[in-house]
Every structure is written in structure tokens, then in C-alpha cells.
Unconditional design. Structure first.
Length: 342
């Protein structure tokens, strides 16, 4: 039995101690480099001109040589209009990176000495950056697809005679949602090269597992010729003919006689449940897409070093634009509807 990846030294290339030891200048230099590379040129977020703009060291801002607007290292990014030192944002990112089963806002608040409100918004900005920066090219080869229900658990009444049939639609909580996951398996050659499990994961929020939604999502996100592995749910009965569909009946077995499993989807849900039950406890339907994608990202980067994940997340934060949902959240700016994918 080989050593678990996370126990290997190469899994940990950056620590919270190192990040917290950074000076404000270090943090500035790092964020600048992640955003614009290590050359002299920076890009004005107002007009897009890339060159050596006039830098004012005292205030750490640039004046654009083209449009004459001022901008800082975080202008136009998810961390725009930040009030805390940049160092603390980097600390939040390393805490987020290291928490392989996710992290709650209360914990980040305690670790960084900021309010729950601040930590909550900060974590959601990071999650939004991951979703905005998600790579959505079509999945290929063997794809494991499944849905799992989140939220809306109806607690049974104390007395048996007061209990209702929780299977009926009218007795279910309206906040119940389904996370639909699609996971591309590594090819045989990739497995021989030492890879295991899923390679790429996409998640979607739907009201329930059904043929109509699958009929729209599969062609949009799964390349023709792929082999789709699904369980016995009838939602997968009418997938387009351009796919081969293999089934495993979970009522009877976890692995069908022909070797078909749906285990990659199951392992995603295993991580998501631990996150949901153990860290966040509640996931409002409105933001379930962010939570679901966070766990997809963690699954797909599970064999990266934490230093690489940290830089990747920071890069996504730098490239995501000012958050529409989370900038000014506690001043009353909230996302209006939820993002059901279909
Ligand atoms: Zn400009």
C-alpha cells in the first residue's frame, strides 16, 4: 500500500505560517505576479492597456498611461474595494486551500480574527472565483453521472399518527435541490501512468433528476462518442443516441457484471456530504452551485501540492471580475434568484 498522497512531503509546499509571515509588500508582490506575471508590464483594468504604467509607490497604485484612471493591484478583481490588509486575503486562501473537506466561515473568522460576516463573504468570493474560472470544455471518454439531493429534509413528527408520507411531493420541503455531477474518468493510459479516479468534474443544480434536464445538459457538456455510466434512475433512459450508456443497478450491486460502476460520482458525493454535514451545515439553494463546484474543484485538484492549489485559486480570484453577488453583500446587495442550470 503506497503512502496516501496527502501524507507525502510533496503534497505540502506552503504553510499558513509562511503566508502569515509575509509583509504587506510580499503580499502585494505575490498578488501582482499571480495577476500579471513577473514582467514589468501591468494591465489597466479600465481600458485593458498593457504597459509600464506610472506607479506611485507610496500608495501602491498605478495611473494608466492611456485612460489616466488609477488602479490598484486588486482593482477589477474579486478582492476589489478590500478593507483588510491583502495579507489576510492570502491567509484566507491558504486556509481554504488546506481544508480538503471545506471550511466554515465561523472557523475562518476565528483563525483570522475577523467577524463571521467578513469571513462568510470572503469565502463566497473565493467560491465564486472558482465557479467563474471553471473550465467547461466537453467531457470525453468514460463519464460517471449521478444526482444527489441536498437540503429540505423533513423531520418526522414525534407521534406516529402525526407523521406524513415524506415521499409525496406536497410533503417535501421546497428548498430541496439536486446536485447533478458528471465526472470524466482517466483513460487506461493515464491510469497506467499513475493516475486514479476522476480527472475532471462538472456539477449542476437542478430541481430533480429528470430526462428533460439530462437531455439538455448531456449534449452541452459531454462530447459525442462518450460512454455514460449511470445508475438505474429512469432520468438516464432517454439520453441522445450519440452516447453509449452503461448501467449499474444500485438496488442489487455496486459493480455490474460487465464491470460498470458509478463510483466516481459516488466519491464526489461522499466528499460533498462531509462538507455539508461537517462544515457548512446549511446550504441555501441560491448558493448551492458555488458549494457544489467547490467540492468538484477539490476533487479535481486532490493530487496537487497545496502550494500549486493556492496559486491556482489566487489566479482565479485575480481573473474573476468584481463580484456581482458578494460585493456589498451586508449592505443589502444580494443575488436575486438562484442559478438553476436549466
Ligand atoms: Zn487605462
Amino acid at each position: 500500500m503506497s503512502l496516501h498522497f496527502l501524507l507525502k512531503a510533496k503534497a505540502r509546499t506552503l504553510s499558513v505560517v509562511q503566508v502569515l509571515a509575509m509583509s504587506d509588500d510580499d503580499a502585494f508582490t505575490l498578488f501582482r505576479e499571480v495577476r500579471w506575471g513577473d514582467g514589468d508590464e501591468v494591465v489597466c483594468p479600465h481600458c485593458g492597456m498593457a504597459r509600464r504604467h506610472y506607479f506611485r509607490p507610496a500608495r501602491k497604485i498605478w495611473r494608466c498611461a492611456g485612460c489616466q484612471e488609477d488602479f490598484s493591484v486588486t482593482s477589477g478583481t474579486i478582492f476589489a474595494f478590500h478593507k483588510l490588509p491583502l495579507r489576510l486575503y492570502l491567509a484566507a486562501v491558504i486556509l481554504f486551500t488546506n481544508a480538503v473537506k471545506g471550511i466554515s466561515a465561523l472557523q475562518v473568522g476565528r483563525d483570522l480574527g475577523v467577524s463571521h460576516k467578513t469571513a462568510y463573504v470572503l469565502l463566497h468570493k473565493i467560491r465564486e472565483s472558482l465557479l467563474v474560472g471553471r473550465e467547461e470544455s466537453a467531457l470525453q471518454g468514460e463519464i460517471h453521472v449521478d444526482g444527489a439531493y441536498v437540503g429540505g429534509k423533513v423531520r418526522p413528527e414525534n407521534k406516529k399518527e402525526d407523521r406524513v408520507d415524506r415521499r409525496l411531493a406536497e410533503n417535501q420541503d421546497p428548498d430541496k435541490r439536486c446536485i447533478l455531477v458528471m465526472r470524466q474518468a482517466h483513460t487506461e493510459a493515464e491510469v497506467e501512468a499513475g493516475n486514479a479516479g476522476a480527472k475532471k468534474t462538472l456539477t449542476f443544480i437542478v430541481k430533480n433528476e429528470n430526462q428533460a434536464d439530462l437531455g439538455k445538459l448531456a449534449p452541452a457538456y459531454i462530447a459525442p462518442g462518450a460512454v455514460i455510466c449511470a445508475d438505474e434512475s429512469d432520468a438516464y433512459d432517454r439520453l441522445p443516441a450519440k452516447y453509449a450508456v452503461r448501467r449499474v443497478n444500485h438496488g442489487k450491486e455496486y459493480r455490474a457484471d460487465d464491470g460498470t460502476t458509478n463510483n466516481l460520482a459516488e466519491s464526489y458525493f461522499s466528499r460533498f456530504r462531509r462538507f455539508h454535514i461537517g462544515q457548512i451545515h446549511k446550504a441555501a439553494p441560491k448558493y448551492l452551485d458555488n458549494y457544489a463546484n467547490e467540492m468538484a474543484y477539490r476533487e479535481d485538484t486532490r493530487r496537487w501540492s497545496n502550494g500549486d492549489i493556492f496559486r491556482d485559486i489566487l489566479g482565479k480570484c485575480a481573473r474573476a471580475l468584481v463580484s456581482r453577488d458578494w460585493c456589498g453583500y451586508w449592505q443589502g446587495n444580494h443575488r436575486l434568484g438562484e442559478s438553476l442550470v436549466v
